[in-house]
Write a protein that binds this ligand. Sequence first.
Ligand code: 5CA
Length: 442
Amino acid sequence: MFFSKSFIPILKNNPTEAKIKSHQLMLRTGMIKQSSAGIYSWLPLGFKVMKKIEQIVREEQNRVGVQEILMPTIQSSEIWKESGRYDDYGEEMLRIKDRQNREMLYGPTNEELVTEIFRSSIKSYKSLPQLLYHIQWKFRDELRPRFGIMRCREFYMKDAYSFDISDEEAIYSYNKFFISYLNTFKRMELSAIPMAADTGPIGGNLSHEFIILADTGESKIFTDKRIFEVDSSNTLLEKNSLSKLRENYEKYYSVTDEKFNNNEFEKNVPKDYRLQTKGIEVGHIFYFGDKYSKPMKASVDYNGKKEFVKMGSYGIGVSRLVGAIIEAKYDDKNEIMKWPISVSPYDCCILPIISKNDNSNLDKAINIYKNLKKLDLDVLIDDTDENISSKIKKFNLLGIPYQIIIGKNFNEQKIEFKEVDKQPIFIPLEEITKIIKSKKSN
Ligand code: 5CA
């Protein structure tokens, strides 16, 4: 992509309405545009990042055997009346009437709809477990939408649902999501810590929030620092290995504020390991047994009788993750963003120094651009005649991790190559592509 033709509307200064760095940076670099309170359009740069996050989430769901479906955003109120949540959900739910005066709603979550889909087709326990997910827009009429896409009204969520015959099997499903979430966030170079959490309007008695530590986060957390050292890498997708993993985490006291109890904290965590801080909730998983299957009569035949299925639900804030990654990776002091390559809007950028009457650096840059494109790399070339220092400043904010700079002493064997947050090195193009490709395939 040529910068002059791209739709990346950069702002000169930080917008004053934005209070946290991710919101500032997303507006400043033209990733999003607010269309009304808590509702945003996604412009090319932001959309590319979100789509890459979505794809990682999808691959990791598929890897643990969850099947993708797509449910609509608009739901009928009938099923919500069956579960009893139509009234409970209150003003956060956006209620709509169609032309026949039927009560509809814009889905804030999908437990009811997926249960309705399940019960209409699955009749025997032999078809269990069923693990289904979709990635779809949600609407919650938040009282105080804030921090840009971090707490907004319309947001993009991956929500998954599990159906099992017994508590034991259902916990096995729960644990598959547990490992899948750890792997998902690891691929985005994030360290997300699972913490015992409250279940809120979703219900149930077992729940974990996946939290990224950040001063600007809205979740208060109380944790034993040793939990950061738990290693999930050799976990197998079978019952014992997964419950061992959960045990390894649950050994350490680690909770969100709704679950916090100071006596327990002090009793269980030696003084030196106590940490009270803030974080961003990027995922939340719940086990709630027959909370929905019972009132909605979702049962299967089992040993000659009908058994209500045991359910769990599992969310990831796909759009919120864009902001959460910025909060985790943006270097405020030096004003440098560095996207993890797995979600970066481009793999690499080329910054030629272009003077008024001399296009030779641009020609060299275009040549390199074509070579990189042939190797399937996604490249942004800054073909504008801005001076190099403002180009560098701009690209520090855009956060593309790798830069090729073409200046007056250009030498094919020693091309200036720079990681956005490091000093440049001088190497041939083959070396550059090797570095980027190997980082991408990690
Ligand atoms: N049905 C369950 C699990 S599928 C559910 O809705 N869980 S949730 O309410 O915790 O939401 C799942 C994830 O969506 C959260 O962890 C958070 O990352 C994201 N999320 C929730 N509300 C918002 C919001 N207002 N703006 C942006 N992201 C949100």
